[in-house]
Design a protein around this ligand. Structure first.
Ligand code: MLT
Length: 410
């Protein structure tokens, strides 16, 4: 087929060919965007879909935060560009929270960087430190953005398997010595998405030691630290001996305060790493709306936060119990997570892989869960349930899955 047409003056018009950069062509389809497409197709067919795919809290942002947001949005002084380095008030609130919650001292001006959600910071940190051909150590299964950011920076991904037999912790002694020497960044994430695993304190100390020996910057993703059960209180990576020397921690208001849509997060830790990330961001974005940063101050400093956090953990724990008990009744050998709002379960026998199981469940029951393969090759054989509907609807989802499995596949 020709690329040319003839215009009204008779001259040929060349139809421009749009060619994305190689890095775009190499991009995998984004896991949650793909799931969303399947949901829309099912809804259009009139299916009563129960969404347990993306980890997006179903409960609203607490009133005390919304009220502050309304006040701040009404102030014209907040309508201009925010300071490049982020609002001092927000950075001080993050530092005060770390002191209160983790007994970690942070210098708000040097050790806190304000982010447009931690996905943004995680995506950009590789561009700050990785040269083409460098390596990053990435947990597998893991949040897809660790690998995507690495690839966009021209780096290569070395996958650290998270296996059930190792409680879904990476085994640093299994990392090839040459790889460890070459690695620039190591991503970690506990409490863990997608496996729901927690890290014991000695694990963070070992990670810091491994990073120091090999000159690797640790990027710890702590998005789920405030959703915890059975009296468990997740620690910050920065509490571990030597941690602040070797890395940073990404924290987010998204899951902690039901604020996924507001896009407010932070990176804290080693000052030089925070400085490079802040400098990079100054050159490519204009920061977070000041009114939103003030809502972050409110979220962290209002005494209502403790009660709110206890309530949401209690709510998710009830849902977790519904799911774990139901899966066990179905004969699925599942571990009750102590934190995060995810249940990570093995794919039942009779299915070729997690994608086949998830498609079957969606078609037969209208319940959306995430295939483990979407989080990396070592996620194969598992599926993830997000605890993002109320306990009654959760029980309904489990009933539908149980009936579909009992009926047997056509
Ligand atoms: C997830 O479902 O894994 C998360 O919600 C994705 C995210 O936080 O961007």
């Amino acid at each position: 087929m020709s690329n040319s047409r003839t215009n009204i003056s008779g001259k040929g018009v060349h139809k421009m060919h749009i060619q994305p950069a190689d890095r775009i062509n190499k991009l995998p389809r984004y896991l949650f965007a793909e799931i969303d497409k399947k949901i829309r197709a099912a809804v259009e067919k009139g299916v009563d879909v129960i969404k347990l795919g993306i980890g997006d809290p179903d409960q609203p942002t607490p009133d005390y935060i919304v009220k502050r947001a309304i006040e701040e949005v009404q102030k014209p002084a907040n309508h201009t560009y925010p300071p490049d380095e982020g609002l001092t008030e927000f950075k001080e609130a993050v530092a005060a929270y770390y002191k209160e919650r983790h007994n970690v001292e942070l210098d708000p001006e040097k050790e806190v960087c304000v982010l447009l959600g931690s996905k943004e910071g995680i995506a950009h940190i590789s561009a700050c430190f990785v040269n083409p051909g460098d390596l990053n150590l990435v947990p597998d299964p893991g949040y897809p953005v660790y690998s995507i950011g690495t690839m966009f920076a021209g780096g290569d991904v070395y996958r650290m398997p998270l296996l059930a037999e190792n409680n879904f912790l990476p085994d640093f002694s299994a990392v090839d010595k040459e790889v460890a020497k070459k690695a620039k960044l190591m991503f970690l994430n506990y409490p863990n998405n997608p496996t729901g695993a927690e890290a014991p304190p000695e694990f963070f100390a070992q990670a810091a030691q491994f990073a120091k020996e090999n000159n690797i910057i640790i990027c710890h993703d702590q998005a789920y630290s405030e959703i915890a059960y059975d009296g468990y209180k997740p620690m910050s990576f920065l509490e571990a001996p030597g941690a602040k020397e070797v890395g940073i921690e990404f924290g987010s208001l998204s899951k902690t305060f039901n604020m996924t849509g507001w896009r407010l997060a932070y990176a804290v830790g080693r000052a030089e790493v925070v400085e490079v990330l802040s400098r990079y961001k100054t050159n490519i974005d204009s920061g977070t709306f000041k009114a939103i940063q003030y809502t972050g101050v409110e979220a962290f400093t209002n005494p209502a936060k403790d009660e709110f956090q206890a309530e949401i953990s209690k709510m998710y724990q009830e849902r977790r119990d519904v799911v774990v008990n139901a899966l066990k009744e179905m004969g699925i050998d599942v571990r009750a997570p102590k934190a995060t709002f995810y249940v990570w379960a093995p794919v039942p026998k009779g299915f070729a892989d997690s994608t086949e199981f998830v498609s079957y469940i969606l078609e037969e029951t209208g319940v959306v869960v995430t295939p483990g393969r979407g989080f990396g090759e070592h996620g194969e054989g598992y599926f993830r349930i997000a605890l993002t509907v109320d306990a009654e609807r959760m029980a309904e989802a489990m009933r539908r899955i149980k009936d579909a499995l009992a009926a047997g596949r056509p």
